[in-house]
Design a protein around this ligand. Structure first.
Ligand code: FMN
Length: 585
């Protein structure tokens, strides 16, 4: 019988229980020493871990001496401060409230090391994958952590160290690597959920996002139908919560200010409440701008004087922190993430760059579809996964950004396709082009629309599929932005839209799920004429109108403090009754 070797129910439950109840503990440690026999059992469990080629590359350094631990705590403090100094505003404030180590609060610290050289050159398995030595030591940590939980001992893993600096401080032989620095002790209790989740720093991802059937991307748990994340996201998008909106409207009227005196910001606060389903809505912070970058085949038609390489060069500039979007993000306390969803050149891997290239640029839409349907769908998926990953990472407001030389041409075509607008009215001068180039640009949009007439919603019967429209004209960044906006709406997190590129993407998203607009806030109105057409079709009022035409997410970032102020006012401002202020009769 397959069941023959199964543990009895109670023991099996105990195994799953210890896995579920293991916590990273940083608070509530008791000073009581850990008896030697308990520590011995926990270390023996660690030593039973699997290891590559049975190399058992770990060693355990047990530290109790306070003065040594004080020196180590000083190292961790320095790295904590450096990390804090690099965080955007709201993140820095949230981080300030977190405890990240308990080196001195615990009676014992254990350093788990790895010896990559142990066992010689023919260690089975490690010969092709040297990093399996480190993986093995990590498994020893996992065993230790679980055994400690069963013993009622809390464990906290501290990684705020420069590994070589810590190894030197510990006096380790040079061939040993520090894998984990662990703080152990008895505790007042174990939290039911990860502390970082309770603190709102990050969220758990559902297991169904992490399991793929046969092919990466075919998500779903065994025994269940594979999930179609795009269909799920579209199905999850619902209208705003009417009761929360009513409560917000009523509260605005009772707040200590003349009725309606906050103008458009009152509407914003009501929309945020409707989206969150609560009044007041949670503050939309921390915020993260995602800049989706891609190149366009239509560039070959001479619609812009800028060479295509500028897309990749600007991506490098965003990552180096040198663009306007970086300055604005720093000013308003937002994080910057850059997504290569289809840049023509290859980009070096650097922190902050998400490599999600579908293809090195789209095809020329005057000659055929810019993307295949599969590419458009893949780009949509990139966007929605990034939205949910950024929300899982703790963001409470998403901001759209874009980079792609020639993308105002693709945007104009998308806006015409989704709204029926005249190309001469929807096409703008982008980065600034002369009359001859402008005339050519309008002609390119007209030719594209003529070529793709069968997929256009305004002429096709029955209504065209928005994915086909995106595929016909869109850049990878448009499709990814549409997915990003849909992903935010499904999670009921506000998404502040930047200019004409985001407007075009939002039209595609709204064609897939009309209620998506409840999550959208129009950050600004760009100079591009197509943008106003898109916003009017979406029914969105831009918060800022400063004659910007840069893209990158800059206009949306300027609106971020307005959105946050609107939410804070609804939450914090006293009412006439609570403040004892006389209401105007
Ligand atoms: C490799 C690794 C390094 C970690 N480093 C730190 C750290 O430096 N400081 C900290 O407070 N927590 C650290 N943690 C703990 C995680 O934040 C924690 O495991 C996660 O939030 C999940 O919570 P849970 O362990 O209670 O389930 C680390 C965890 C791992 C696996």
């Amino acid at each position: 019988m397959p069941d023959d070797h199964r543990y009895p129910d109670e023991q099996r439950e105990a195994v799953y229980r210890v896995i579920a109840e293991r916590r990273d503990v940083r608070q509530g440690f008791l000073p009581d020493p850990v008896p030697a026999d308990v520590l011995g059992r926990v270390l023996t469990a660690a030593h039973k871990a699997p290891s590559v080629g049975l190399s058992q590359p770990w060693d355990f350094l047990v530290l109790t001496d306070r003065s040594r631990r004080e020196q180590i705590a000083a190292l961790a403090r320095r790295h904590r401060d450096e990390y804090a100094a690099g965080l955007p505003g709201a993140r820095a404030r949230a981080f300030d409230r977190l405890k990240i180590e308990s080196i001195l609060d615990t009676p014992v610290n254990i350093v788990v090391t790895c010896d990559r050289t142990r066992g010689g050159r023919h260690t089975l398995g490690r010969h092709v994958q040297p990093q399996t030595a480190e993986f093995s030591s990590v498994l020893a940590v996992a065993n230790l952590w679980l055994a400690a939980r069963a013993e009622g001992l809390g464990v906290g893993w501290v990684s705020f160290f420069d590994e070589r600096e810590l190894a030197a401080q510990l006096g380790l032989p040079a061939h040993l690597e520090v894998i984990a620095y662990l703080c152990l002790g008895y505790v007042t209790g174990f939290a039911p959920e990860p502390e970082l989740a309770t603190a709102g720093w990050a969220r758990r991802r559902p297991v169904s996002w992490a399991v793929h059937a046969e092919e990466f991307g075919r998500r779903g748990l065994p025994g269940e139908e594979p999930v179609d994340p795009l269909a799920d996201v579209i199905a999850a998008i619902a209208p705003p919560d009417a009761a929360a909106m009513t409560a917000a409207l009523e509260r605005q009227d009772r707040m200590t200010k003349p009725r309606g005196s906050l103008g458009v910001l009152e509407e914003v606060s009501v929309r945020l409440a409707g989206l969150a389903g609560s009044c007041p809505a949670p503050l939309p912070e921390p915020a993260c701008v995602a800049i989706f970058a891609a190149d366009h085949g239509v560039h070959a038609q001479g619609v812009t004087p800028w060479p295509q390489e500028v897309t990749a060069q600007m991506v490098a500039n965003f990552l180096a922190g040198g663009a306007v979007v970086n300055a604005f993000a720093a000013q308003v306390g937002a994080e910057v993430t850059v997504v290569d969803v289809g840049v023509a050149g290859s980009l070096d891997p650097v922190p902050g760059l998400l490599p999600r290239k579908i293809a090195p640029g789209t095809a020329d839409f005057t000659e055929g579809p810019a993307m295949t349907r599969e590419q458009a769908t893949a780009a949509l998926m990139v966007g929605l996964e990034i939205a949910r990953d950024l929300v899982a990472a703790g963001n409470r407001c998403l901001v759209t950004g874009d980079m792609g030389i020639a993308n105002t041409t693709a945007s104009a075509a998308l806006i015409c396709a989704f709204t029926g607008a005249d190309p001469a009215e929807a096409t703008g001068r982008g980065t600034g082009i002369d009359a001859v180039t402008y005339a050519r640009k309008v002609d390119v949009v007209c030719r594209g629309l003529a070529r793709h007439r069968p997929v256009l919603p305004v002429v096709s019967e029955p209504a065209a599929d928005p994915v086909d429209v995106l595929a016909a004209f869109g850049g990878f960044e448009h499709a990814a932005l549409a997915g990003f906006i849909l992903g935010a709406a499904a999670l009921r997190v506000p998404v502040i839209l930047d200019g004409v590129i985001s407007g075009a993407a939002a039209l595609a998203a709204a064609a897939m799920a009309p209620d998506v607009t409840a999550a959208c806030i129009a950050g600004h109105r760009s100079v591009e004429p197509g943008h106003a057409i898109a916003l009017s079709q979406l029914g969105l009022t831009p918060l800022v109108d400063l004659g910007l035409r840069l893209g990158e997410g800059t206009g949306a970032l300027l609106a971020l403090p307005l959105v946050q102020s609107a939410a804070r006012a609804l939450r914090d401002v006293a009412t006439f009754d609570s403040a004892g202020v006389t209401e105007k009769p």
